[in-house]
Design a protein around this ligand. Sequence first.
Ligand code: SAM
Length: 261
Amino acid sequence: MGTLFVIATPIGNLSDIGARALETLRSVDLIACEDTRHTGNLLNHFGIRKPLESYHDFNEEARARELVQKMAEGINVGLVSDAGTPAISDPGYRLVHFCREQNLPVIAIPGPCAAIAALSVSGIASNEFFFVGFLPSKKTARLEKLQSLRAFACTLIFYEAPHRIAETLEDLQGILSDRKVCVSREITKIHEEHAYGLLSQVRTQVPAIGEFVIVVEGAPAAEPAPIDLTGLSRQQALKAIAGHLGIPRRQLYDLLMKQDQ
Ligand code: SAM
């Protein structure tokens, strides 16, 4: 039975290729890739020659079935995408899914991923984050998606293309309001830059050239609603405050009695 190796490749700087990625690319029987020319250039750079099979969004299902069949016959397959980690806003998920369903071994050869690289240099909370990837291209669907993310308290990560970066930053400010953001452009490439600040400040600083990751701060914690005790009896006030704090009235009463002692 063959193994599927999911191999991350550089997102710009070719020196970011991992030693294990190279070893695996050299050892597999065939490499499934998005664009045979693109991956061919990468392999040439490292002096590797291997049969390549194109595997992209349009033929994903049919090609995945063929590859799974080959693996069942003992062929080891390396899966790469044009850049970064396969299956992360890239084709690959379906092949991995089929392998899992058929109990075929899948091994990770981790490495560059634009979302993680951008998060790591963003200075925005990284303990909890939500990877959105690309927003829908149609305006209404984009705005609806952003509305659904408005109350998320965790950091949000978006991928964006140069022709839509300005509009996306404008929509982010319009719907999420003015939050901290880090827009990372051309990570690991010559013109790498990171614009950090409020959305209103950063929006105007970002040139519409290159590849982008947008890391946005989560929604601020909601302010507790003010509590109005006017006209309430002591008992009613106690009940209202206990409800506000989310504790039983008796517990609040005991706490207050302890304070008096
Ligand atoms: N699988 C890839 C990964 O692991 O990051 C992502 C592939 S997705 C089709 C391509 C998008 O990733 C780009 O449009 C951009 O948003 C982001 N991206 C890829 N390389 C980048 C880079 N060097 N700098 C900034 N963003 C990048």
